[in-house]
Design a protein around this ligand. Structure first.
Ligand SMILES: *Cc1c(COP(=O)(O)O)cnc(C)c1O
Length: 238
């Protein structure tokens, strides 16, 4: 169980993150309400998430299908929405579409097509919101489209009628100073602008920024930041 001390601690952490988002928006001449805070609750117990909901947090991110689906099921009816922010294997796509409200790390045309088919079957009345993950730095350790590949395949992705492509997503590179992540975030924004000029039906969303680098990501145009440790504290080892 968690008590009122936990509620106050979460509320204070969330206020600090929101203030940092607002500060970055002010520096960049943006409005703070242009940025959505996604609370990354991976490894956190259901009660911790309940506390976060009680403190006003509504949008949660999970990077594993099974864990996220279990929480979404357990906490259904408490007003939260669930976004899958981690890589998705084909054999878990059905469970993901059943459990999550949005899939934010779609990293290939094959998985986009599969999600489109599943969305048609499982939720035919609304388009499934997705972000396309881009491996901006062409880092072999990371998932996501290489820029040239997305350039070539974006038309095919946008032709999938059961998806709503809200925008692009990336993970900053591991850096010593947050400032060093800026080129990655700037490149994602510029890619989004370039693709949107050609395809206005591509959403303008940019999911980028985590605990160590989110103010820089917001300065560079993030519309969603995915924050775990700054809200919940350090994660226990898996
Ligand atoms: C864990 C995770 C986050 C949050 O990381 P923190 O450093 O705890 O803020 C964000 N995005 C993805 C894809 C993650 O897996």
């Amino acid at each position: 169980m968690t008590g009122s001390a936990d509620l106050e601690a979460f509320r204070a952490a969330r206020e600090r993150v929101l203030a940092a988002i607002a500060g970055a928006c002010a520096r960049a001449g943006r409005r703070a309400d242009e940025v959505e805070l996604v609370a990354v609750s991976k490894t956190m117990a259901d009660d911790v998430v309940r506390t976060a909901i009680a403190a006003g947090q509504r949008v949660f991110g999970e990077n594993r299908v099974q864990e996220g689906a279990a929480k979404a099921t357990e906490l259904r009816g408490e007003g939260a929405t669930w976004r899958l922010i981690g890589p998705l294997q084909a054999n878990k796509a059905r469970a993901a579409v059943q459990a999550f409200d949005a899939i934010d790390a779609v990293d290939s045309l094959a998985i986009a097509r599969r999600l489109d088919r599943l969305a048609a079957e499982l939720r035919p009345d609304t388009r499934l919101p997705v972000h396309l993950e881009v491996n901006v730095d062409a880092d072999p350790a990371k998932h996501g489209w290489k820029i040239a590949d997305l350039d070539r395949e974006i038309d095919e992705v946008l032709a999938l009628g059961h998806l709503r492509v809200e925008g692009l997503m990336t993970i900053g590179r591991p850096v010593a100073r947050a400032e060093d992540a800026r080129p990655t975030f700037r490149a994602l924004r510029e890619l989004g602008q370039r693709l949107s000029a050609r395809r206005p039906d591509l959403g303008a969303g940019l999911s980028m920024g985590m605990t160590d680098d989110f103010p820089i990501a917001v300065e560079e145009g993030a519309t969603q930041v995915r924050i775990g440790r700054a809200l919940f504290g350090d994660r226990p080892p898996r």
